[in-house]
Ligand binder design. Sequence first.
Ligand code: KG4
Ligand code: ZN
Length: 363
Amino acid sequence: MLILGIESSCDDMAAAVVRDGRYVLSNVVSSQDAIHKKYGGIVPELASRRHLETVIPVVEDALRQAKVTIDDIDVIGVTQGPGLVGSILIGLSFAKAIAYVKDIPFVGVNHIVAHPMAVFLEERVRGQGSGVKGGKKEILAVNLAPCPLPLAPDFPFIALVVSGGHTTLFQFKDFGDYEILGQTRDDAAGEAFDKVAKLLGLGYPGGGVIDRLAKTGNASAIKFTRPYISKDTFDFSFSGIKTAVLKYLKDNLTQGLSLENSGMINDLSASFQEAVVDVLTDKAVSVCQVNNVNNLVVCGGVACNSRLREKLRERTEHNGIRLFIPEPGLCSDNGAMIAAGAEHLLKKGIRGSLDMNAIPSME
Ligand code: KG4
Ligand code: ZN
């Protein structure tokens, strides 16, 4: 079965063609970073207007790269929520229109629940497709002859979805059978990265830049308090750490000493990153231990973070937990994860109807 996955919940327009919920034939992402950069965050109205312009070329590109036509597509999977209502509506309306005209089914997919489904996908990326949001990636046509599949987690598994909009811990007992064990009470981890990057004048989105600068910074230079809320909950809180960075800057940037000439950006980046990574890693590992689950999936844009990946690897190895992190290009928002999510809904007999609406605050 060939599924066209369309994702437009936020500022990226993404489309992918996935065969049998497993093989990624194409995975195209059109980023709007350049548009929103100057505002230091996403401007919803600009995002949806741009989506209107990109939805057709991005889908055409995904079909072309997969070497198929729209007539070969069996089903369309599309993000129904959560996200920005105007943005979701562009992808959803487009999907409904194509489904109607071509007389094929479509399925509305929950974006956050779809993120962990990326771990079941196999992608062959050519060139530098490094998962950094932006640009389009070229995907090699996948060899559809039987080939060794990447290891996939066993059920039950814990999934940490960590992105610009969400920081959520799930327990998946099966496809579509999951419960939320913890989530952020304020900022998402990626949002904290972006806000701190803004404070440091590093542009938007800032997660990748902080990751890069932190490599040459001293992570112990500034001891930021780790925001655990309490050890009894698996909820997160990241807004305090952003305030701590702001306070540190106010206290330490005296007259004549600016961010540029103080040499503190790399140390600040590394120290901030270390605090966030510590909390994410500790909570992810302990939620596995408390629930006696030894498969952990980590996904979402922040899962591209090199220090998070490194620390998770160390801690899970030490605790006998199997760790699964999708390729960077499948961690950040993409259409392939939506196609994978759609495949599992279809198997349960779920189909969308043409009166389906966007659900910006979808649970
Ligand atoms: O999953 P995603 O592409 O979109 C959302 O659903 O939010 O995640 C985007 C977020 C942004 O906040 C971005 O700064 C963050 O992921 N991010 C990173 C890195 N790459 C992207 N955060 C930390 N380190 C990175 N390397
Ligand atoms: Zn996302």
